[in-house]
Design a protein around this ligand. Structure first.
Ligand code: FAD
Ligand code: NAD
Length: 466
C-alpha cells in the first residue's frame, strides 16, 4: 500500500515549504519532498540568508576598521574568516531547522529525497541511497527553484571558477576577484569580498549595472560602488577562461572588439539563474516549458494538466524568495477554492549592499515606454536629519506618481535601510494611495522614513527640507 496525500509539494524552498504549510492550514493532507537534505531551498541554504549574514559581518568589519575617524579607537581589527563563516553557517542551520519544525507543527509529512512523476498522480521519491518510495497524490505543486547559469563551455569548480555557492564559502580572501555580471549576486558578493580586502573587478556585458532598475538609481549605485573601490568594465564580453597555477586568466573583448585579459585568483560567474526542472520527468506527463525552460502556467499557477501546478523560480517572473512565497500561498488558496492572487505590480526588489537599493512598481523608463504622464518627487538623504546625524547620508528617494490622479506608480530608493523603507510604499500602492496620502502621513522624527515623506511632498514641489 502506498501513502496517499491530497497535496504533494516538490521542493522545500520558500515557495514550496510556505505552500505546504498553507495547504495544511487549509485542511489538506500534505507532503513536501526536498532533495538537498535540509529545508529552506536556495534561499536559506545557499542564497538570501548566508549572503545577508556575510554582507552584515563584512560591513561590521569594514566599519570597525574605520571607527577611529568617529572617535572610537580600537587598537587592531583583524579578520577571522573561518569564524565569520561559522557564524554564517550557524544562522543557516537555525533557520533551516526552524522550517523543519514548522512543517512538523503543521503536520506536513517531510520526505527527504528527489521527487519525480511516475504518472500525473503518482510521485516517486528516491533517497541518496537510491531507495525508492512511491506516493499517490490528488494535487502536485512543483517548486523546484533555479540553478546558476554557467558561461558556455566553462564549468564551475567552486574553487577558482565559482557560482554564488562557491562565493559563500571561500576559505581565504582572494587578492583579486573577477565578477562576471553586474547584477544582484555580483554586486552583493563583490561587496562582501571587497570589504574583506579583495580587489574586485566587475565585467558587465551591458553599458549599465542592474538591468531593469530605474536608470537614475542604477547610475548613482555604480558611482557609489566605484567610490568604495570596486572597478567596473562595462560592455565587456568574456571569451574564455584559462585556469593557471594561481587562479585564472579571463579573456574578454570590449565593444570595439579590443582584447583585454584579467588575471585573478577567483572568477565569480553571476550572469543569472535558470529554472530547475531536471529529473522531474515532465515530458512523461506532458507538461510544457517556455523558451527559457520555465514551466508554463496560467494565472492560477496551473500547468496544462488539471492537478499539477508550479510556483517560484521555476515559472516566469522575478526570481525572488518573497515572490515564490506569495505564489505558494496563492496556489494553496486556489486549490482550496479560494481566490489566491499575487499583485506583480507591487513586488519589491532589494539589493543588500551598502547603501541598500530598493524598488517597487514602475521605473521612469517603463512609464515612458507606456506613454504614461508622470510626476517625480525626489529627496536626498543628505537633507535627512537622522542620516546626517549618523553620517550615513548617501543616496535618495524617488517617487513616481500619475500626473493626473497622483496615484503612486513606483518608488526607487538608494540609501540607508532602503529595503525596509520600501515596505511603506508597498502598502501605500496596495491601497491605491496618492503621493499626497504619503505626504500627509505623520512620520516620526528623526527617522530615515522622513525622506520618503519629503520625496512625496516633492512630487508637488513642496518638500520642506530641500
Ligand atoms: P528554491 O529556493 O531554489 O527551492 C527549490 C528547492 O527544490 C531546492 O531546495 C531544491 O533542492 C529542491 N528540489 C529541486 N528539484 C527537486 C526534486 N526533484 N525533488 C525534491 N526537491 C527538489 N531572493 C530574495 O528575495 N532576497 C535575497 O536576498 C536573495 N538573495 C539571494 C542570494 C543568492 C546568492 C541567490 C543564489 C539567490 C538569492 N535570492 C534572493 C533568490 C532566492 O533564493 C530565490 O528566488 C528563491 O529561493 C526561490 O524559491 P523557490 O522555492 O522557487 O526555489
Ligand atoms: P542578474 O540577472 O541579477 O544579473 C546578471 C548580470 O549579468 C546582468 O547585469 C547581465 O547584463 C549580466 N550578464 C549576463 N550575461 C553576461 C555575460 N556573458 N558577460 C557579462 N555580463 C553578463 O543575475 P544574478 O546576479 O546571477 O542573480 C540571479 C537572480 O538571483 C537575480 O536576478 C535575483 O532574482 C536573484 N537574487 C536576488 C537577490 C536579492 O534579492 N537581494 C540577491 C541575489 C540573487
Amino acid at each position: 500500500m502506498t501513502d496517499k496525500f491530497q497535496a504533494v509539494v516538490i521542493g522545500g524552498g520558500p515557495g514550496g515549504y510556505v505552500c505546504a504549510i498553507r495547504l495544511a492550514q487549509l485542511g489538506f493532507k500534505t507532503a513536501c519532498i526536498e532533495s538537498r537534505g535540509s529545508l529552506g531551498g536556495t534561499c536559506l541554504n545557499i542564497g538570501c540568508i548566508p549572503s545577508k549574514s556575510l554582507l552584515n559581518l563584512s560591513e561590521e568589519f569594514h566599519k570597525a576598521k574605520h571607527l577611529s575617524g568617529k572617535g572610537i579607537e580600537i587598537s587592531e581589527v583583524k579578520l577571522n574568516l573561518s569564524k565569520m563563516m561559522k557564524n554564517k553557517d550557524k544562522a543557516v542551520t537555525i533557520l533551516t531547522k526552524g522550517v523543519e519544525f514548522l512543517l512538523k507543527k503543521n503536520k506536513v509529512t517531510y520526505f527527504k529525497g528527489t521527487g519525480s512523476f511516475k504518472s500525473k498522480n503518482e510521485i516517486s521519491i528516491k533517497d541518496d541511497q537510491n531507495k525508492e518510495v512511491l506516493i499517490q497524490t490528488d494535487k502536485t505543486i512543483i517548486a523546484t527553484g533555479s540553478l546558476p547559469v554557467a558561461l558556455p563551455g566553462i564549468d564551475f569548480d567552486e574553487k577558482i571558477i565559482i557560482s554564488s555557492t562557491g562565493a559563500l564559502k571561500l576559505e581565504k580572501v582572494p587578492k583579486k576577484m573577477l565578477v562576471v555580471g553586474g547584477g544582484y549576486i555580483g554586486l552583493e558578493m563583490g561587496s562582501v569580498w571587497s570589504r574583506l580586502g579583495a580587489e574586485v573587478h566587475v565585467v558587465e556585458f551591458l553599458d549599465h549595472i542592474t538591468p531593469g532598475m530605474d536608470k537614475e538609481i542604477s547610475s548613482e549605485f555604480m558611482k557609489i560602488l566605484k567610490k568604495q573601490g570596486i572597478k567596473f568594465h562595462m560592455q565587456h564580453k568574456v571569451e574564455q577562461i584559462k585556469k593557471n597555477k594561481s587562479g585564472a586568466i579571463v579573456v574578454t573583448t570590449d565593444k570595439e572588439n579590443n582584447k583585454k585579459d584579467f588575471e585573478c585568483d577567483v572568477v565569480l560567474i553571476s550572469v543569472g539563474r535558470k529554472p530547475n526542472t531536471k529529473g522531474l520527468n515532465l515530458e512523461k506527463i506532458g507538461i510544457d516549458l517556455d523558451k527559457k525552460n520555465r514551466i508554463k502556467t496560467d494565472k492560477n499557477f496551473k500547468t496544462k494538466l488539471d492537478d499539477v501546478y508550479a510556483i517560484g523560480d521555476v515559472i516566469t517572473g522575478p526570481m525572488l524568495a518573497h515572490k515564490a512565497e506569495d505564489e505558494g500561498i496563492a496556489v494553496a488558496e486556489n486549490i482550496a477554492g479560494q481566490s489566491g492572487h499575487v499583485n506583480y505590480d507591487t513586488i519589491p526588489g532589494v539589493i543588500y549592499t551598502t547603501p541598500e537599493v530598493a524598488s517597487i512598481g514602475k521605473t521612469e523608463e517603463q512609464l515612458k515606454e507606456l506613454n504614461k504622464k508622470y510626476k517625480i518627487g525626489k529627496f536626498s538623504f543628505m537633507a535627512n536629519s537622522r542620516a546626517k546625524a549618523i553620517d550615513d547620508a548617501e543616496g535618495f528617494v524617488k517617487i513616481l506618481a500619475d500626473e493626473t490622479t497622483d496615484k503612486v506608480l513606483g518608488a526607487h530608493i538608494i540609501g540607508p535601510h532602503a529595503g525596509e523603507l520600501i515596505a511603506e510604499i508597498g502598502v501605500a500602492m496596495e491601497f491605491g494611495a496618492s503621493s499626497e496620502d504619503i505626504a500627509r502621513t505623520c512620520h516620526a522624527h528623526p527617522t530615515f522614513s522622513e525622506a520618503v515623506k519629503e520625496a512625496a511632498l516633492s512630487v508637488d514641489k513642496r518638500a520642506i527640507h530641500s
